[in-house]
Design a protein around this ligand. Structure first.
Ligand SMILES: Cc1cc2nc3c(=O)[nH]c(=O)nc-3n(C[C@H](O)[C@H](O)[C@H](O)COP(=O)(O)OP(=O)(O)OC[C@H]3O[C@@H](n4cnc5c(N)ncnc54)[C@H](O)[C@@H]3O)c2cc1C
Length: 494
């Protein structure tokens, strides 16, 4: 039996990992981009939400699977060596919002979340001296965490591939093929791929895929912009800070990422339906973020410590709750759509839920492979290593001593390992973004201004392509236009 999962975001990758456990299943993970996790899963706040903001009476899936996901990430992150931490979260309460804040304490009780309680200003200030004097209280949730979402997707896919699934990138599903009431496969830009069960985890584009089997819901794109400061700024709160949420958004968060950067965001702006891939940033977004964040903290770092602006697009489902269904008409079509926040938190629980649903609905008798390996190790980084160990590594492989990215202390050996890992999961194009996300080179204060050219040179040598042909973040995005010497001489570089 073949299961084909559309979309290698955090949801599709988690489902593929669970599917990789079973014997007699041929699993395909199909992704239109050149790499995994480049949809909403790479551009979000990275919070592992406790679940006290989800009302089970309104959004049963969100409430149940968020709470379970928060718990599951502890073991998934350990098994897969994903950077994660649990600093806890302070939801700041300003005058007039006290009764709203108490609602979250009630929801914590209903959802069974431990340790959530109301703290008054003095106690909050003792925990977090940077918080604004205007905050009269805070809802403290100790189980809130922070994960690196792109590392999580990469780890899940590496683990799933090592357990036998096939990843097909640069493969866009155009439509799901159905005949005699059953799914038969998908039509893609590289041709037909047969499958008995198709799981639609296509993020903001899942509604377009669902339409090809006759379903008619629509997902609304809602953009969220972010500001990232460098890791050396002083005004960095120890806990996750945010205000009491509104009906539209959980509000602007201030967090320290697992890489140690201060991050502020997101905004919440509804886009037109044809602007689903609009991840542009704006000066209005920047001003809004700074003004909202300055309500939360006494001081913010200076603007010249900002290293990056970026944006992600939420797939807003019609009624607010996630669309998770295994249909019998057509038999074999499974929707996992509209996975807006807290989808990152819930992803492991969503994957287990979806797989149980598939087994029950389609009466699959599955046995776990004896050889299934739940573990995967991340790239060992010399940045975190004691000097003695670095010395030993350099003696074993001198490329550990050749530093490529000075901001983040990334060596040539780590760049090569990142490229090797991209090849090992079957990526067809080695992009600079792919190397960046894996090695953390080009991730520091200069954002690649100094090391990008050297990394591109390494990629060009390995791939046997001209330097200017190295791709940045898609198959179209070439690093340059051609050989400058040829252009100066008036020649052709093609
Ligand atoms: C601004 C913002 C902040 C957020 N903050 C948080 C947070 O702090 N905590 C939290 O828990 N959640 C958060 N979320 C929600 C979380 O990011 C999402 O729920 C989650 O990433 C959704 O994952 P996904 O796999 O469903 O979608 P995606 O990551 O978008 O993956 C879908 C994939 O499908 C691919 N695809 C689409 N169409 C096709 C096709 N036709 N053929 C092949 N491939 C296709 C895409 O390229 C993409 O890779 C946030 C979201 C946003 C946007």
């Amino acid at each position: 039996m073949r299961i084909l999962v559309i979309g290698s975001g955090i949801v599709g990758a988690s489902i593929a990992r669970i599917a990789s456990m079973y014997r007699d299943l041929d699993v395909y993970l199909v992704e239109r981009e050149a790499d995994v996790g480049w949809g909403a899963s790479k551009a979000n706040t990275g919070i592992i939400h406790p679940g006290h903001e989800e009302d089970p009476r309104l959004y049963p899936f969100r409430a149940k699977l968020c709470v379970e996901g928060n718990r599951l990430w502890k073991s998934w992150a350990r098994d897969l060596d994903i950077p994660i931490k649990f600093p806890g979260e302070l939801m700041l309460v300003f005058e007039g919002f006290e009764s709203e804040a108490r609602r979250y304490i009630d929801l914590a009780r209903i959802n069974g979340i431990p340790g959530v309680r109301l703290l008054y200003h003095d106690e909050v200030e003792r925990m977090e001296p940077l918080i604004s004097d205007e905050a009269v209280a805070a809802v403290w949730a100790p189980t809130a965490g922070i994960i690196s979402p792109i590392d999580a997707v990469i780890a899940l896919v590496e683990n799933a591939v090592s357990n036998g699934i096939k990843l097909l990138t640069e493969t866009e599903v155009k439509r799901v093929i159905v005949s005699d009431g059953r799914v038969r496969g998908v039509e893609t830009n590289i041709g037909f791929i047969g499958a008995d069960i198709v799981v639609n985890a296509g993020g903001i584009h899942a509604d377009e895929i669902a339409r090809t089997v006759g379903l008619s819901y629509r997902l609304k794109p809602r953009k969220g912009e972010y500001i990232l400061f460098d890791s050396f700024v002083e005004a960095k709160p120890k806990h996750i800070i945010h205000p009491v949420p509104t009906s539209i958004t959980k509000g602007v968060y201030i967090v320290e990422t697992v890489e140690g950067n201060l991050m502020i965001g997101p905004t919440a702006v509804d886009l037109l339906e044809d602007a689903k891939d609009d991840t542009s940033t704006s000066t209005e977004g920047l001003s809004k973020l700074l003004s909202e964040a300055s309500r939360l903290l006494k001081e913010l770092p200076p603007r010249d410590r900002i290293v990056k602006f970026f944006a992600g697009v939420r797939p807003e489902p019609p009624n607010g709750d996630w669309i998770i269904e295994a249909y019998t008409d057509p038999w074999g079509f499974v929707d996992v759509a509209g996975i807006r926040s807290p989808g990152l938190t819930a992803a492991p629980a969503i994957a287990l839920h979806v797989f149980n649903l598939i087994r029950e609905r389609y009466d699959l008798k599955l046995k776990v492979k004896d050889s299934w390996n739940p573990h995967r190790r991340g790239i060992a980084r010399i940045k975190d290593k004691p000097k003695q160990l670095i010395k030993r590594l350099v003696e074993e492989d001198s490329r550990y001593g050749s530093i490529v990215c000075w901001c983040n202390m990334v060596s040539e050996a780590e760049i090569l390992e990142a490229i090797g890992r991209m090849k090992s999961i079957g990526l067809k194009t080695i992009t600079l973004d792919g190397v960046k996300f894996r090695s953390k080179a080009m991730y520091g204060f200069c954002q690649g201004s100094f090391c990008r050219a050297r990394i591109a040179y390494i990629v060009s040598k390995i791939e046997g392509i001209p330097l200017w042909d190295v791709r940045v973040n898609s198959t179209e995005s070439k690093l340059g236009v051609g050989d400058v010497k040829s252009l100066v001489k008036g020649g052709s570089y093609d």
